[in-house]
Design a protein around this ligand. Structure first.
Ligand code: FES
Length: 102
């Protein structure tokens, strides 16, 4: 499986993503984000903008995710915490972008 990430400079990379991993883990292992709290909804360093075409299929954000997004920089309508998005058949090929402040 894979994810496609747009970097702050506008370039894109396709990353191999193991099923069951979070998008945060894939981005962190590629050296693109910090993922400081390791997915425990305590840092917002995994903030991404999800491509609009994919965003609806992810479902609603949880209250805890919303609370952390409130402290993230450069919020967009499709902002999500990538530690809450998991790789599987429904998210294979998902496109996300790194907010420019990161
Ligand atoms: S890794 Fe900290 S909130 Fe996602």
């Amino acid at each position: 499986m894979e994810i496609i990430v747009t970097l702050a400079d506008g370039s894109s990379r396709t990353l191999v993503a193991g099923e069951g991993l979070s998008v945060m883990e894939v981005l962190r292992d590629a050296g693109l984000i910090e993922g400081e709290c390791n997915g425990s909804l305590a840092c917002a360093s995994c903030h991404v903008w999800v491509d609009e075409a994919w965003n609806e299929s992810l479902g609603e954000t949880s209250e805890d995710e919303e609370d952390m997004l409130d402290v993230a920089f450069n919020l967009a309508p499709t902002s999500r915490l990538s530690c809450q998005i998991f790789i599987g058949p429904a998210t294979n090929g998902i496109r996300v972008a790194l907010p420019k402040a990161i």
